[in-house]
Design a protein around this ligand. Sequence first.
Ligand SMILES: [Zn+2]
Length: 295
Amino acid sequence: MRAYAHDRFLFPLPAHHRFPITKYALTRHAVEELPDVTVLEAPPVTWDQVRAVHHPEWVRRMRYGLLDRRETAGLGLPWSPALVTRALHAVGSTLAAARAALEDGAGAALGGGTHHARHRTGRGYCTFNDVAVTVAALRREGFGGRVLVLDLDVHQGDGNAELFAADPTVFVASLHGARNYPFQRVPSDLDVDLPDGTDDGAYLEALAATLEQTARAGPYALAFLLAGADPWSADALGRLALTPEGLAERDRVAIGALRGAGVPVCVTLAGGYGVPIAGTAAIHARTIALAATSS
Ligand SMILES: [Zn+2]
């Protein structure tokens, strides 16, 4: 399986910032040890590809560093030219991984899952929406199949919900903590709210029901899996109580159901803010290993 990395595009952050910039290189190092995975450098997307999804004014403000204080606070990251470069490669990792999935059955982005980025603004560490930009780029190239966005990050995917709201060819399902960010939501096609402290058993039950419901809205020609590591009990932002073994079972069940139905799967990492962050990287690497054995 091909996996696309963008971790060498670093950007400046203040000390003790919550964005887990180190997890991407840690994850890549672990993934490079996997026998069935080839790690490749993620190519950047073009500004045209970004503008196909985002409002031109948001694109311009990001590109040239024109964000006001409210926008910077909403994004949660300090603007820099390096942040912009990284964002283009991060989105590019998902586009390349989706192409790999369509060719090989599975592909992975060692990043991506920027599901809070909306049409007119970035939010919650998400500058541009990788899945929406990817779907738009594939559509332009003639890909016409039905798409599933299976969002298992612990935070609700408000950006995906907004950007695909008017698109009946894309089904967006989000399984997340009920009391977690974002606090002003945009409804997905299917939203599943989980109470604080949800454990492996309750989570896997909810996942099985979610997979049944999403299957009824198929069949799909491509699925995006947002395999956030932040439902982990040791996550600083998660509020749920899954174990690493529970998360591995989550991925086995989700990837198994999709691949079993013949659906190509593009895996993205999405969030993960564990203490220690090496634990998060290990969860991400196991997701990639499971996807690789399914391709
Ligand atoms: Zn998250």
